[in-house]
Design a protein around this ligand. Structure first.
Ligand SMILES: Cc1cc2nc3c(=O)[nH]c(=O)nc-3n(C[C@H](O)[C@H](O)[C@H](O)COP(=O)(O)OP(=O)(O)OC[C@H]3O[C@@H](n4cnc5c(N)ncnc54)[C@H](O)[C@@H]3O)c2cc1C
Length: 239
């Protein structure tokens, strides 16, 4: 199959490109994505309270402002925005999911891109747009002993998508820090630059280093809320 344009990736970049092609009057194109839905980053990540860290007015296309419910919108709202764009611009017929591009080679003599998908299928394109993102493959730092770390072991053994400290556990910890800090050198006299304007210690460990060492080495899964991993989508790679 030959197309005028093939776009790889149905995240913000790929969708923006697809809209631009439509606006330029080009209809002979497809957007390929290895996953089973659009959204890229915002599809793949679902950890609790995932929100955009820049103001929503800036995290939207200039040609399509959106009525965001808050300044830093949540993941679901961003995904809804992308789905709305697909509907508004009639992009559905151009999207192909479960299509992972394994190789792309430019044939200079024929001036055509030859694409090979991971299932062996092939496609040709006059123009190729690579919108594959850069944060789709989590990179774990290569720290010695990494695989013995309790949280990483739990993620693998329990097949978890994420884990996050339970709010009540966090609150209990914060209260303990506040009460233990009261007798520490940072809070026992004149105002210290280690504390906030309201006198709260947010920086210093208020106990022995032995306890600190124990606390950071000891992992208790019961202190976390978790979500099991979903089965991998067809065509999705190990990203
Ligand atoms: C957890 C997280 C939070 C973030 N939060 C923010 C934020 O708050 N503010 C901000 O500005 N940015 C944030 N980013 C950055 C975010 O990635 C970009 O803002 C933007 O969404 C990237 O869009 P993209 O289309 O370039 O790439 P992506 O969203 O990564 O989309 C790329 C798409 O290409 C597909 N793909 C990749 N390789 C292939 C292949 N070989 N074949 C077929 N399909 C393929 C992928 O499946 C994916 O759907 C965050 C990133 C992460 C990971």
């Amino acid at each position: 199959m030959r197309y005028r344009v093939v776009v790889i990736g149905a995240g913000f970049a790929g969708i923006g490109m697809a809209i631009a092609l439509k606006q330029a009057g080009i209809d002979d194109f497809v957007v390929l994505d290895r996953a089973d839905d659009l959204g890229g980053t915002w599809r793949d990540n679902s950890y609790p309270d995932l929100t955009c860290d820049i103001p929503s007015q800036l995290y939207s296309f200039s040609f399509r402002p959106w009525r965001w419910s808050r300044r830093f919108p949540a993941r679901d709202e961003i995904l809804a925005y992308l789905h709305a764009l697909i509907a508004e611009h009639g992009l559905d017929p151009h999207l192909r999911f479960g299509r992972a591009v394994a190789a792309a080679e430019f044939d200079e003599r024929r001036a055509v891109w030859n694409l090979t998908l991971d299932d062996g299928d092939t496609l040709q394109a006059t123009a190729l747009v690579c919108a594959v993102g850069q944060l789709g493959r989590p990179a774990l730092p290569d720290i010695p002993g990494r695989d013995r770390f309790g949280a990483i072991r739990a993620l693998r053994a329990e097949r978890l998508a994420w884990l996050d400290v339970r709010p009540e556990v966090q609150e209990a910890f914060n209260s303990w820090v506040a009460s233990a800090s009261r007798t520490s050198v940072w809070e026992s006299g004149c105002h210290s630059w280690y504390t906030t304007a309201s006198g709260r210690n947010t920086n210093n460990w208020p106990d022995h280093t032995f306890l600190y060492r124990y606390r950071v080495r000891h992992f208790d899964l019961a202190a976390y809320r978790v979500r099991p991993r979903q089965p991998a989508a067809a065509g999705a790679s190990a990203a």
